[in-house]
Structures are given as C-alpha cells and as structure tokens.
Design a protein around this ligand. Structure first.
Ligand code: NAP
Length: 377
C-alpha cells in the first residue's frame, strides 16, 4: 500500500520534531511537506533544526535526520502562513493532510487552520485555538472517537468538501482522562475531581522556560493550563446535538498545574468523588486493567496495546521509568488508594510530547483515516 503523504506545520518545534521522529517509519503516513515560521522557511529541514534537535540517539544529528527513510532532512521548509505552498504540495501529491503544531496567537491559528480546511487540506491540530469551536471534535481516540461524526456537519456548515479541522486536548489531562472515562463507561458517576499536575519542561516548547527559573525549582503557575485542565474534559465527555458538541456539566474539576524540572512526562495526582455507586479499589483496578477501546479494536499503528498500565510499587509511576511505556502512548497509574476526603486517589503519568501531543495527533489521524475522513493522497 502506498503511504499517505502528510505535512507537518511547526515541524521545527518541540512537538513538530516529535512528529518527524514518530513518523519516520510509520506504516501509513510519510512526511513529504514541512513548514514553520519565516525564520526557518527556505532552509532544508536539516539546517532548520541543527542545534535544536531534541530527539535522542535514534534521529539525532544531521546525518541521521538526512539519512532517515523519509528523507525529511532534505525537504525545504516552507512558510506555514503561505497556504499556496501547501496547496502546490497537495496538487503534486505531497500533502494529503497536515498535522498542525504551530505556536502562534490563537486568532492567527484559528484563521490559518480555517484557511487550510477551506483549501481542502484536513488539519489534525495540537493547538488549543479550535478546542472550543462547537463543531470541531476534540479527540482522545480511546474516549470520544464518535465525536468524528461531527465532521460532515462541520463541512456542511462551512461549505467544505474535503477539508476539516480536528484537534486534540491539552497534554495536562491525558494521564487522567482515559482512567476517568473507563470508570464512567462502567456506570460509575464521577461528581468531583481535585487534580494537581506536575508538568515537564518540554510542555513549554523549545527553548521553553529559562533554565534559571527551572533548575532547583517548581513553578506553581502555567498560564491558561488550569482552565484547560478543568474545562476540556467536559467537552470530551459531551454529546453531539444540533450540529455542535455540547459539554457536560459534571464532573466539577479543580486543578493546580505546576511546572517541574522534568524533561518529559506529565504527572497528575488525582482525587475523585463518585455518586451513589462507589467502586471498590479492586473493581477500579479491574476496570483499568481490562480497559480497551476502538483504537485497540481497529489495531491502529500508534495505539497502545494496553491504554492503562498499573504499577503496584509504592514509588511508581515515575517520569523517567514510566513515560515510555507502550510506545509512550500508555497511561501509567500507581498509588491507587482510598481518599480521606473524596473516594479514590491515585497518581497517573503520561508522556506529554508523545501521548499528549504528536503521538496523540497521529493516533487521531489514524482513527480519522480508518473512518474514511482522510483522503488516500
Ligand atoms: P515550539 O517548540 O515553540 O514550536 C513552535 C513552532 O511554531 C515552530 O516550528 C516555529 O517555527 C513555529 N512558529 C512560530 N512562530 C510562527 C509564525 N509566526 N508563523 C509560522 N510558524 C511559526 O512549540 P511546541 O511546544 O512544539 O508547541 C506547538 C503547539 O503544540 C502549541 O500550540 C502547543 O500549545 C501545543 N502543544 C504542545 C505540547 C508540548 O508538550 N510541548 C503538548 C500539547 C500541545 P520556527 O522554528 O521557524 O520558529
């Protein structure tokens, strides 16, 4: 089967580089178009990321990037604001859809992603700009794959034939959203949640937080993060009605989001309160260990075999030891115990630039392709 040619907008950034690394030997998708700011445009991808490539030995260094199967190192970076360059790539068969990992103002992103969609180029985005657009699905493939059903309505409302916009939620909620959904799916009503996140520095992009602010320190504020952590789960758990995705009103969530000196991997310490029906700890573990959803059923390439892993050791999960579990796409949970104030507490961990960003975006694109929304190229 010929691979589907894809573009990466923001390919030079922290998340964009993760896309390049993860797609290097993807069975369905091949990166044939890269775009970033005018600072990078005109350079080869190899030149544009020299000195700021973040992805370890596998693709580290010019030679390895240049020599990787997809040849991405030799692609010339285009300006992501120039839709005509993407359209030309689409016309020559090099860009069937784009992953968007741009860091820009929200209004600029909204306008730009709409312009790609209107030009017939589907956008699978990591940006928050369209997360609250009522007919744009905010997908975690295991949790709300049915929200892709809004795409025909989104296209109809905008007069688009082929383009669409689908987004993924914030990286801060990835570690507890799937476990939360697994319990709700089994009929346990979750009323209130208190969550404290310990978020890695890679979540701030590159170069991110100044080292003198971060070394030997914890920052108790990440702009906008608590609001996203509290509100995004409600849309993800919501229902499609009258051409829009309507958020739920529960659970109520109170979040404390902290930046910690960890390179990759967001941790969340979570306390849950259930409604009348309360599961035992054994039941919670049974539900999480047996949890499986559509991506596993469809055997999507980026899907973890087991979306939720439980560690019984009292000092796990830890970012360094657990963030890479199952292609860095699994959520690892530990310290599952009763809560003295609510009902249940636990610690959950997920890889922020993989599960929480590029890997989650790729899984969403695989789901969208399996459902027939992504053109074959
Ligand atoms: P980043 O490292 O700062 O990368 C930003 C990218 O955007 C670079 O490719 C940059 O190109 C490009 N860019 C910046 N200004 C631009 C402009 N005016 N026009 C066109 N392109 C421009 O940021 P990041 O961490 O990868 O984040 C990218 C997106 O993913 C953000 O929306 C972020 O909120 C989201 N996200 C990040 C994470 C994470 O863990 N880091 C997780 C989930 C979601 P140049 O290299 O040419 O400047």
């Amino acid at each position: 089967m010929a691979k589907i040619p894809v573009g990466v907008l923001g390919a030079t950034g922290m998340v964009g580089q993760q896309y390049i690394a993860l797609l290097a030997d993807h069975p369905w998708f091949e990166v044939r178009y890269v775009a970033a700011s005018s600072r990078s445009a005109g350079k080869t991808y190899r030149e544009a990321v020299t000195g700021r490539w973040q992805h370890g030995e596998r693709l580290q260094g010019d030679d390895v990037i240049a020599g990787c199967a997809s040849g991405v190192g030799n692609l010339v970076v285009e300006n992501a604001n120039d839709i005509s360059a993407a359209l030309a790539a689409a016309k020559r068969g090099d860009c069937a859809f784009v992953f968007s990992a741009l860091e820009l103002g929200k209004d600029e992103i909204r306008t730009l992603e709409e312009a790609y969609g209107a030009a017939g180029i589907p956008v699978v985005s990591n940006n928050s700009a369209h997360r609250w657009t009522a007919d744009v699905p905010m997908l975690i493939a295991e949790v709300n794959p049915h929200h892709t059903d809004i795409i025909p309505l989104q296209r109809k409302a905008r007069g688009w034939n082929q383009g669409f916009i689908a987004v993924k939620p914030n990286c801060s909620i990835q570690s507890y959203m799937t476990p939360l959904f697994a319990l709700i799916r089994e009929g346990y009503d979750v009323r209130r949640i208190i969550v404290s996140t310990l978020q890695a520095v890679s979540g701030a992009g590159y170069p991110g937080v100044a080292s003198l602010d971060m070394i030997d320190n914890v920052l108790p504020y990440i702009g906008g993060e608590e609001e996203k952590t509290e509100q995004e789960p409600l849309k993800i758990l919501g229902d499609i009605r009258n051409g829009r995705i309507e958020s739920r009103s529960l659970p109520r969530i109170s979040a404390h989001c902290n930046r910690v000196p960890v390179t990759d991997g967001h941790t969340a310490c979570v306390s849950l309160e259930f409604g009348e029906k309360k599961p035992s700890i054994e039941e919670v573990k049974r539900i999480w260990l047996s949890f499986s959803a559509l991506p596993q059923e469809l055997d999507l390439p980026m899907a973890p075999r087991r979306p939720i892993i439980i560690r019984e050791e009292e000092n796990r999960p830890q970012p360094r030891k657990d963030r890479d579990a199952d292609k860095a796409m699994a959520v690892t949970i530990g310290r599952i115990r009763p809560c003295n104030v609510f009902d249940l507490r636990f610690t959950a961990l997920s890889h922020n630039t993989v599960r929480g960003a590029a890997g989650g975006g790729i899984l969403n694109a695989e789901l969208l392709r399996a459902k027939g929304y992504i053109p074959e190229g």
